[in-house]
Design a protein around this ligand. Structure first.
Ligand SMILES: [Zn+2]
Length: 180
């Protein structure tokens, strides 16, 4: 499997970005999308946006300038929503500051448990996580519970690719295959 792509309309992407990075934002924000998935002839894992769920203050256990953690109730609600609609979940959150988009070490640590858990709860449907900054995006996609994450290649907004930096994938490979 080469890489992952997320497809959504221009309006859906605009709504997400405005929520994740409001003017003068001081804290991270999060959102999920419900998505159908398919695997193309080029072995690309494609998530197709169906619905957006914007998270609010009550959805977070912690909401800081450099850290977000969802409440268990919100995690349960999102998984149930995706379960009922027979879709995948894709998470989005923002990083504040001038750095290139890359999932943080604590994001990676959380995802190494959360992604397989959601895949299991959603009957094997794949999962993806995306970080959005002022300058770009990055993320990882999991095809199955056991497989290591693959690179998120881009978000296809209408017919325009918003390219991912690929940094999270490089770091995840280093962690998986080149232990220190
Ligand atoms: Zn993060």
């Amino acid at each position: 499997m080469a890489s992952g792509v997320i497809e959504m309309s221009d309006a859906a992407w605009r709504e997400l970005k405005e929520h994740l990075l409001p003017p003068n934002c001081q804290i991270e924000e999060g959102a999920f999308i419900l998505a159908r998935h398919k695997i193309t002839g080029e072995q690309e894992l494609v998530f197709q946006h169906i619905q957006t769920v914007l998270l609010t203050r009550d959805d977070y256990e912690f909401q800081e300038s450099d850290y977000l953690e969802l409440t268990d109730a919100t995690k349960g609600r999102l998984i149930k929503l995706a379960h009922d609609q027979q879709t995948s979940l894709v998470e989005f959150h923002s990083h504040i500051g001038p750095y290139p988009a890359c999932l943080s070490p604590s994001d990676m640590a959380g995802l190494s448990e959360f992604a397989p858990h959601v895949i299991w709860r959603l009957k094997g449907r794949p999962y993806a996580a995306v970080v959005v900054t002022e300058s770009g995006i990055d993320g990882l996609a999991w095809l199955s519970q056991k497989a290591p994450p693959m690179m998120l290649n881009s978000i296809l907004v209408g017919n325009q690719h918003v390219k991912a930096t690929g940094l999270s994938f490089r770091i995840s490979r280093r962690r998986t295959y080149e232990p220190i």
